[in-house]
Design a protein around this ligand. Structure first.
Ligand code: MN
Length: 289
């Protein structure tokens, strides 16, 4: 059995989080054999938090929440009003994660999820650091951890490599801020899938597994054998969450932010079962057990 808790992103099953939809998502996550559900908070106005928490607890599932910010609510902006809206969104999202029973809030917590037309400036970066120091303190009071997801250059200009994320985490200077690596983004920005894992080492706190085109695992060209060897090298025991997107399951906001224009699969439950078997197989092979 894998030592890592295995998770699946809710957008494998559905694009919104109304109570009926959450029932389906939770049932399908459990049926596919996962330990935890990752919920993007892009649809949080439609989420009934108490109802979702009780369904998660009945199903015996853990919960991790993720999100990116928006260009009008962006803590990397140099406009104080925009930074303040971004900070409010982060603190509200942390509270929702806590109220759902989660201990881990991750994603592009440092910027909008989209293509920037310029590099990050020093004033914008200072706003990121100051905001995330406050958020980390709020998280620590709640016994929670923040993840900095390393995203590619078309989705943020703040953190594109593992080295960028380590520098940002150093500047925040809180021990409840961990690094979140995603193989889809690593394929675009890093030398390979091994060096960043070794560089991050015991500061790795969360992992997204996605193919180079974000479709079926094993249908693309990513070297998952090497990646899982690297996770075994550093003794990574944290969560590993499968992330995949197709135009067959759409969120009106997040799918557009992520440029999901193609149909890579139709059957989310079948995809999720396949991914869990694939990941389990690679973890066991990587450990040699
Ligand atoms: Mn990801």
């Amino acid at each position: 059995m894998p030592i890592n808790p295995l998770g699946v992103h809710a957008l494998v099953f559905a694009g919104d989080t109304t109570p009926d939809r959450m029932t389906e998502i939770i049932d399908q996550t459990r049926a596919a054999g996962y330990d935890l559900l990752e919920l993007s908070l892009h649809d949080s106005p439609n989420l009934d938090v108490a109802d979702a928490r009780s369904k998660l607890e009945s199903a015996g599932l853990g919960i991790v929440c993720s999100r990116g910010l928006a260009f009008d609510a962006d803590v990397s902006s140099e406009d104080p009003a925009v930074v303040s809206r971004g900070a409010r969104l982060l603190h509200d999202s942390l509270q929702i994660t806590h109220d759902l029973g989660g201990h881990h809030f991750t994603g592009a917590l440092f910027s909008a999820l989209g293509k920037y037309g310029r590099p990050l400036g020093s004033a914008g970066r200072a706003n990121v650091v100051a905001t995330l120091k406050d958020l980390a303190a709020d998280a620590a009071d709640k016994g929670m951890t923040l993840g900095l997801e390393v995203c590619n250059r078309y989705e943020t200009n703040v953190v594109n490599t593992a080295a960028d994320a380590l520098r940002l985490a150093d500047d925040i200077g809180a021990d409840n801020v961990v690094i979140h690596l995603d193989t889809y983004h690593m394929n675009i920005e890093e030398d390979d899938l091994v060096r960043p894992v070794h560089l991050v080492g015991d500061r790795l706190g969360y992992v997204h597994i996605g193919e180079n085109h974000r479709g079926y695992l094993g249908s693309g060209h990513l070297d998952f054998t090497a990646f899982f060897h690297a996770l075994a090298d550093i003794g990574y025991a944290g969560p590993i969450t499968f992330e995949s997107f197709s135009s067959a399951v759409v969120s009106p906001t997040l799918s557009n932010d992520l440029a999901i224009w193609r149909n890579l699969w139709d059957d989310g439950p079948a995809l999720a079962r396949h991914a869990r078997a694939f990941i389990t197989n690679r973890i066991e092979a990587g450990r040699g057990a």
